[in-house]
Write a new protein. Structure first.
Length: 357
């Protein structure tokens, strides 16, 4: 998976000196998703700056939040939360502005305009986009030769009455969003009425004989490939990486973005509120903003870079579906709305009830 792209050497000495000068400490504690950072990037950063990078991993935004509220905001220097989770981190005082007042981040101008003042961080003070992708339906093309690109492949028992399928594990708002979209309320639904209807649909879906359970996105790909399930929910880059790794095993898997709408997600970089080495974190962010490094990151993960200057440097597979959705598919994508307070409590209560009944 790791790209063979070679970092250019022109001006390396000057850039190295600038990064090393900005890093006041020689440590960086990176708290990231598993297998989400090309090892070569870290090795090159360490060699260039003398900053030692130590990675720890989490498996969900909820786990990240739990660790930060338990004191992790003073333990970790850099985190990679998902877009819709950012307001919760800001409201809880768990992250700090990326740059000092009146200063910016070198390389930030490389970021595409559409990611500079997003709804989850309107002033762009707390986050820099890392990678983005989409969530859709993965299916067995031998079972479903030419399915309608609809959530109905999972949720309509008349479309799939017999073949085993699964829903995505652990994400209440996303799951409700998919059912809201299927029911005509839109993927970005918020509120008691659409969420209650979605929760009831979860209960009904769980009661179907061919529903096998909730699985994470990577497991869904594996289970479709092995025949355990015939349809599930997955991330586009994960499937592209699996296809590249083993075309024979994963070549029969199809993927679509449902016509009713789905999730466009962005994972971002942020610095915890009490990070022990914030300057090391800023140095690493600026390193990742270099076009060549951003391209290496995208090529390793098979996800799309938000770095406009890096787009010309990514592998060909990242320029076409499923990694790069076509224009029609992109129009069907939505950011997951951020919720908090009473709305968040309602969401959690409905999700708990939908999972237990």
């Amino acid at each position: 998976m790791l790209s063979k792209y070679v970092v250019g050497l022109v001006g390396l000495g000057l850039m190295s000196a600038g990064i090393a000068a900005s890093a006041q400490e020689n440590k960086l504690s990176l708290f990231n998703w598993s297998d989400y950072m090309a090892p070569g990037i870290i090795e090159d950063f360490e060699a260039e700056t003398g900053i030692e990078v130590v990675q720890n991993y989490y498996n969900s935004n909820a786990e990240l939040f739990s660790k930060l509220t338990a004191g992790g905001d003073a333990q970790y220097d850099l985190i990679v939360p998902s877009d819709y989770f950012v307001p919760r981190l800001i409201d809880a005082g768990l992250v700090q502005p990326l740059a000092r007042k009146g200063q910016g981040l070198e390389g930030y101008d490389n970021i595409l305009d559409e990611f500079r003042q997003p709804s989850y961080d309107p002033q762009g003070d707390y986050t820099v986009p890392y990678l983005w992708g989409v969530t859709g339906v993965v299916y067995n093309t031998e079972t479903f030769a030419d399915p309608e690109p609809s959530w109905g492949l999972l949720y309509d028992p008349t479309v799939n009455p017999d073949y085993p399928f699964a829903m995505l594990k652990g994400d209440a708002q996303f799951t409700f969003g998919t059912l809201c979209a299927f029911q005509g309320s839109g993927f970005d639904c918020i509120g008691e009425a659409p969420w209650t209807e979605a929760a009831q649909a979860v209960i009904e879906t769980r009661g179907r004989d061919n529903f096998v359970g909730f699985v994470d996105a990577t497991a869904a790909i594996e289970q479709v490939a092995s025949g355990v399930i015939h349809a599930g929910i997955a991330y586009n880059g994960d499937l592209a990486a699996k296809r590249a790794e083993s075309p024979e095993t994963y070549g029969k898997l199809g993927f679509f973005i449902p016509e009713e709408g789905s999730q466009r997600w962005v994972d971002v970089m942020a610095i915890p509120a009490r990070a022990p080495n914030p300057e090391s974190a800023r140095a690493f962010i600026e390193y990742l903003l270099r076009p060549d490094v951003a391209a290496r990151l995208a090529n390793y993960n098979y996800y799309t870079t938000p770095n406009e200057a890096a787009l010309a440097l990514v592998d060909d597979a990242l320029r076409e579906p499923p990694v790069m959705p076509d224009e029609a598919a992109r129009e069907r994508l939505h950011f997951t709305p951020s919720v908090s307070g009473d709305q968040l409590q309602l969401l959690q209560e409905l999700w708990s009830e939908a999972r237990s009944r």
